[in-house]
Design a protein around this ligand. Structure first.
Ligand code: SF4
Ligand code: SF4
Length: 182
């Protein structure tokens, strides 16, 4: 029979010797390999306590930004959802009521805004499509979880906090982007 490659091996049904039946030399060989790796530099890291450094333009967990007065920038225009190749974004628009001018910058806002993080491919097209500077990708990792439903991030996980210490800094990524584009 003609062989397609020279990698094939003929299996020999040879009887094991006494030493082979003991397995001790093979166990010792295996332990030597383990010991050798004990003293090598570790390639694994203890995530989430430790995080790998990422590029300044790295794209992670999205943020829905507020303006300087604390109002949500998003006007529920839907352009990010249309641009999303993974169809990960859904939203429900609502009309701003009198007295809510301090909450929403525009007359229309997203009452519901959801991103399915299991569908998202972190391409950044939603950010590019947004005319209101409302959605940005950040350098944060999406936290691990066990249930699929928990990966559907609503406004509670996407909109940044009003207080200055709860704002999400996107300046490093934005600066790196500008440098690449210029
Ligand atoms: S990063 Fe890409 S895939 Fe993820 S929500 Fe935005 S447009 Fe969709
Ligand atoms: S995030 Fe931007 S593009 Fe998406 S609905 Fe809001 S304003 Fe429109």
């Amino acid at each position: 029979m003609q062989s397609l490659t020279n990698r094939s091996k003929v299996v020999v049904n040879k009887k094991m010797s006494f030493m082979e039946k003991l397995y001790l030399p093979e166990i010792a060989k295996g332990m030597m390999i383990t010991l050798k790796h004990l003293f090598k530099k570790k390639v694994t890291i203890k995530y989430p306590e430790q995080k790998r450094p990422v590029a300044p333009v790295w794209r992670g967990w999205h943020v829905l930004k507020r303006d300087e007065l604390g109002r949500e920038n998003c006007t529920a225009c839907g352009l990010c959802a249309v641009a999303c190749p993974a169809e990960a974004i859904t939203m429900t628009a609502a009309e701003r009521k009198p007295g809510e001018e301090n909450l929403y910058r525009e007359e229309k806002y997203a009452a519901v805004y959801e991103i399915n993080m299991l569908r998202c491919i972190f391409c950044g097209l939603c950010e590019e499509a947004c005319p209101k500077e409302a959605i940005f990708l950040t350098d944060r990792n999406v936290p691990v979880d066990l249930l699929r439903d928990d990966f559907i991030f609503g406004k509670d996980k996407l909109v940044e906090g009003i207080e200055p210490e709860k704002r999400i800094d996107i300046s490093v990524r934005a600066r790196a982007h500008r440098q690449i584009e210029s």
